[in-house]
Design a protein around this ligand. Sequence first.
Ligand code: NAI
Length: 244
Amino acid sequence: MLKGKTALITGGARGIGAAITAALAAQGANVAVIYTGSQEKAEALCAQCAQDHGVQAQAYQCDVADFAAAKAVVAQVKKDFGAVDVLVNNAGITQDGLLAMMKEESFDRVLDVDLKGAFNFIRHCTPLFLRQKGGAIVNITSVSGMIGNPGQANYSAAKAGLIGLTKAVAKELAPKGITCNAVAPGFIATDMTRDLAGQDNALLAAIPLGRMGQPQEVAQAVAFLATAPYITGEVLRVDGGIAM
Ligand code: NAI
């Protein structure tokens, strides 16, 4: 269903992002993978996608928080692929800490990457979507942005902001045939949650389905929303029921 389309995935080289890249390539999408540090991983994943699915796949280094760099990389992807049809804002970081001790820089950096990073890419892809008269945006938020999480005031604020951004963009761009949705993962087994994995703690016990999720389970939801023309402004939880 994505054959011949181009998907740009931020933070697409590892964790949930890598699963999203692979899932979209498996549906025939050409993939542009934005990474910060993991050049080798990004390039290996691109080679794998090209080999397994015969798609065009290329890696680009960019700090999503940098407005000008995001503009340049979107222009480069457009030049290399001819279009951007699907934008997945997946790049994200945590800098957890109790509010009473949280440093200003920790608040600012998490907001800059997790929220402004998504704005930057939406902002720069939208002119392309408008010219093409179509496009699909999927933002990776978190259940922390829906129900709050102690120790994550910065992250919860950024991810809640991303939900507001998703809905405003969905309303604004719907008349142009462009959809914008969000996926809200719960606890997914990646580097980000490494410290939680395997722990028999209250947090895991609170997940109704009784286990952490897998990156592929989030990727499945992203692929669905990227190809669902009549769904927009939705926030789809992939969380084993923790935030219901
Ligand atoms: P991860 O730490 O494995 O991957 C994060 C990705 O974002 C990496 O590829 C990293 O290079 C990239 N990234 C970070 N800062 C960047 C920047 N400034 N510019 C460009 N890329 C940057 O984490 P994971 O778990 O795969 O997370 C992916 C997304 O899913 C994040 O937005 C995260 O907040 C969200 N999420 C993860 C959950 C989990 O349980 N793992 C739960 C809820 C949401």
